[in-house]
Design a protein around this ligand. Sequence first.
Ligand SMILES: Cc1cc2nc3c(=O)[nH]c(=O)nc-3n(C[C@H](O)[C@H](O)[C@H](O)COP(=O)(O)O)c2cc1C
Length: 405
Amino acid sequence: MKLSEILHLVRVARPPAPYGAFRLARCSTIEDVARVARRRLPLGARAYLENGGEGQHTLKRNRSAFDAYTFRPKQPRDVSDVDTSTTVLGRRIPLPFALSPIGAPRMFHHDGELAVARAAGHAGIPYGISTLGTTSVEDAAAQTDAPLWFQLYVWGDRSTIKRAVARARAAGYQALLLNIDTSVRSERIPEKHAGLILPKPEISLKTLFEGALHPAWAWHFLTSPTISFPNIGPPDQRSLDVLPDMFDGTISWADLDWIRRIWEGPIVLKGVTTAGQAEQAAGHGLDAVIVSNHGGRQLDHLPATIDVLAEIVDAVGDRMEVLVDSGFRRGSDIVTALALGAKAVLVGRAHLYGLAAAGEAGVRHCVDILSREVRMTMQLCGATSVAELDRSLVHRDSGPPGTHT
Ligand SMILES: Cc1cc2nc3c(=O)[nH]c(=O)nc-3n(C[C@H](O)[C@H](O)[C@H](O)COP(=O)(O)O)c2cc1C
């Protein structure tokens, strides 16, 4: 008898919710939460979450680059009252960071986007739903009053894009994020070794063994509705056969100009790593850029985003908002980026570890950690508001920020 047939005959008892939350109390940093997440996830999900493209040089650089930055505090100042709020895409948000779009987050926790959307709503910060999301844009919107953004992989089939954009608009999404760093999907070697070969992941004895070693994850994975990709097709779109069509290498400025014409709200270009790309984005009437190397998952040997942020802000900061992501794990990382001129930071893995560790409670915990660390760093630097964070506060070891080549 198949598992799906057995599940028709029985009632599934769920472990008490919020699952895994009791371990969070001992987690003071994102790295502490990451350790809990790593224990919970089987190899395939871990490989998908943690690794980067090819030789993983960009991935490592995203973290090590922060070592070169030091603060130049303005103390003594009265910092008993600190305002961490900022304005992004015309909306005031209480914290200077947002949660990045992620494909297939139900790989990490059965509640996937619903858990993240609720946590974002609780904190009042933006969250981006991915084209390759495992929850529909409509269902995610129904669960939260967080400002929602829709991240769109632009590919050749314009009728599919038109439908996706119309759904995001109808569901109240406030901005479109368009990627320019995914013309093709990069080689992710550890994913391959773990059997995560897209579009059809491989099930092997190793997969079953990993499932047995991570029974809580396996239990939820098997007893929750099958993972589907409802934002790229019908609500029950299960296969990723469309992936080769999506990452087909054809995207150009003409496609982005066309999307500019069909979406009236803010458009944010994601995956910018040079001032030239940002200047072109401004020239094409886009509203903001995200300086991003996709968390080190796409082109390898890109610079760390924190090292190119200042030159991009200098090039376009007077015409458009500059956001940044990739490698941010601490409040001090976020404050460094704000001081270099970023409007806000997006965090990917720093919320996914929480999702994997304990669903919504885990994401909330990660947001709390970052929020506390941002506030503390600002206080120790002598800044009482985000507007007071400027370049005089940070120094890059080998020269002033922005001059590093
Ligand atoms: C598991 C995983 C899946 C991702 N899926 C997407 C996606 O579907 N769309 C997208 O634009 N970015 C995706 N990203 C990239 C994130 O949006 C973000 O750019 C990146 O995670 C930032 O780096 P960080 O994880 O070091 O914070 C993904 C990242 C991870 C870790």
